[in-house]
Design a protein. Structure first.
Length: 600
């Protein structure tokens, strides 16, 4: 028999049970309503068109030209006339991706999509490499396939020539194949937990550097934080990563984003609208990267110094006075007579070509040739002596001769072997305790060719105009006595011969190494004494005090020869054209810049 209290407890339990049931029912109804109103997050993923996606250009809004919160349409590639929200309505394109944090959204509903099918797109926008992948670049024959299943070799792909930026393309290809610089740029985003990317990365544990440089490289790499790097370093890093990426959508890359930063950083001295001197760009870029890598005057203070810095001893002697006799002026150089020597660092060695013959026989088509060993006699110790050679030697073959009026190109061919060149024999021998010369070590004295930049074009600036003038002579009698026209650099060419290059450094720093001081002026600002303390006046005078960049009036094109160390195959790359080439054909071209790698 139930008591009154037990009945009361039972009624209360039933009441609470009914309330719980009501709450559960209400929650189910709310969930059903939400699910009914919420669209399927995978509904529009089939509209993504990977064949039209291109992430190589500068990340700017096509409407507002803003670089903040830029989205890319994954259906048509980009909205040319509308912003993202209006583009999704007008064109019925639903899927967008944020180019900064790599998050995908459905617009105009504005909800984020989490799907693994976007991983390949995110990898193309921001490629990431592990230390094991980098270690295999020079040892394994890695083959990549683009979206059309076209086979290509990662690292040996073409760069788009937007207008006249072939001289920039070859320098990018050169730096992308120097192992210390390449490895550092590939691993640069992995130096910290990148909050702007949701891709998992690893820290760099091993590099392809030799054991002596590995400890220094690791110690310096810890100081390089990706978010704190300059925009030039970031854009160069992502371009090099795209060049070596094996899962790209297309087998070529556009350097537009990097060229825009180079143009802005150099005060429009290097631009894509006019062809320039690739060596001047290389010298400026190495000094600028050395500064951006937090480098100093000390040895091995940056990756640039670790790879290219050497030391040279220059012997100079005062010239005789004007009142001296002819016999005194004709005396040979004697290092013991009031001579001074100076040890300076260098990043490149200049080689002087012999002048071509002034007069040629009729019908003579022979091209003058010279051996590389002959050009290297410049550093045999008479005037200049090499004290220390870097792991990678940059040779600048001075092929262009310019003055205030015209520019000429020396067509002399330089013959050289591509392997086992004994650059180490040029190093000055040290004296031992007994005063005798120490024997040179057979190790680390031989170098192999790594890259070769050539310029293919007319040997004379006025060659094309001379040919047209000769045609006019044959076409009419009125032109019989007319002289051949010459191409003068001036207003008639609608392009100036030189433009100013700002220094890579913000303050005055002496002896910044470019080419050896005896061959090339430094890219350093030298303010007046009364302007040293005035930072604003120094920045305002950058253009007027800086060294000038050459704009070529000679018609021609740059190309580069690169060695695939995994297969020992050579490739000739001219903008978008990539062709295999036999080694015997390399020395037949008009070499301009060479990079030699020390044998280990």
């Amino acid at each position: 028999m139930e008591t009154h209290s037990s009945k009361k407890i039972k009624l209360e339990n039933d009441k609470y049970a009914n309330e719980d049931a009501k709450d559960d029912l209400q929650n189910e109804l709310n969930d059903a309503e939400i699910n009914q109103n919420e669209p399927d997050k995978k509904l529009f993923l089939d509209t993504v068109n990977r064949s039209v996606l291109d992430f190589d250009f500068e990340k700017q809004c096509s409407v507002t030209l803003s670089s903040l919160n830029v989205y890319a349409c994954l259906v048509c590639g980009r909205g040319k006339k509308t912003q993202a929200y209006f583009h999704s309505i007008n064109q019925d394109h639903k899927v967008f991706i944020n180019l900064n944090n790599l998050k995908a959204y459905i617009l105009p509903e504005n909800y984020e999509v989490f799907d693994n099918s976007f991983n390949d797109i995110k990898a193309v926008i921001n490629p990431v490499f592990t230390s094991n992948q980098i270690a295999d670049l020079d040892s394994k024959n890695i083959v990549g396939y683009d979206i059309n299943r076209k086979q290509y070799r990662p690292g040996f792909i073409g760069l788009n020539n937007i207008k006249s930026n072939d001289y920039i393309n070859v320098i990018i290809q050169l730096l992308a194949h120097v192992p210390p610089i390449r490895d550092m740029l590939l691993m640069l985003p992995n130096n910290f937990n990148n909050s702007s990317s949701n891709l998992s990365t690893e820290r760099n544990k091993n590099t392809t550097l030799n054991q002596s440089d590995k400890k220094i490289f690791k110690q310096k790499q810890k100081n390089l934080v990706y978010d704190e790097c300059t925009e030039l370093v970031k854009r160069l890093s992502i371009l090099v990563r795209k060049i070596w990426f094996p899962n790209a959508f297309k087998s070529h890359v556009s350097p537009h984003e990097l060229i825009q930063e180079i143009s802005n950083r150099s005060n429009k001295a290097f631009k894509l609208s006019a062809q320039g001197d690739s060596f001047e760009l290389l010298t400026w870029l190495l000094n600028t990267l050395h500064y951006d890598f937090q480098g100093s005057k000390k040895k091995n203070s940056s990756t640039i110094y670790q790879a290219f810095r050497g030391t040279i001893n220059t012997i100079s002697q005062k010239l005789p006075d004007r009142n001296s006799t002819m016999e005194e002026k004709l005396k040979e150089f004697d290092s013991n007579n009031d001579s001074s020597s100076k040890v300076t660092p260098f990043l490149a060695l200049g080689l002087d070509l012999p002048l071509p013959p002034l007069f040629r026989k009729e019908g003579d088509t022979l091209i003058p040739q010279v051996q590389l060993v002959t050009l290297l006699k410049k550093y045999n110790g008479t005037l200049t002596t090499l004290i220390e050679l870097p792991n990678y030697i940059i040779l600048h073959i001075k092929r262009f001769m310019k003055n205030d009026f015209i520019m000429d190109k020396n067509p002399t061919i330089v013959n050289f072997p591509i392997d086992n060149v004994a650059f180490g024999d040029l190093i000055q021998q040290k004296d031992d305790i007994n005063g005798e010369k120490e024997p040179k070590s057979a190790d680390h004295r031989l170098y192999n060719l790594l890259a070769n930049i050539v310029f293919q074009g007319n040997s004379l600036a006025n060659e094309q105009n001379d040919n047209s003038s000769s045609t006019n002579l044959q076409s009419g009698a009125s032109n019989i006595f007319s002289k051949p026209k010459k191409t003068f650099v001036g207003p008639q060419s609608n392009v100036s011969l030189v433009t100013n290059i700002p220094s890579a450094l913000k303050t005055k720093v002496l002896d910044m190494p470019g080419e050896s001081i005896i061959d090339q002026k430094s890219f350093t600002i030298k303010p007046k004494p009364n302007e040293i303390s005035d930072t604003n006046s120094i920045n305002n005078n950058i253009a007027s005090n800086a060294t000038s960049a050459t704009v070529f009036p000679i018609s021609g094109q740059y190309s580069i020869h690169l060695r695939d160390k995994a297969t020992n195959q050579w490739f000739s790359i001219t903008d978008l054209t990539v062709e295999p080439i036999i080694p015997q054909m390399i020395c037949l071209s008009e070499s301009y810049i060479q990079v030699w790698e020390k044998q280990i």
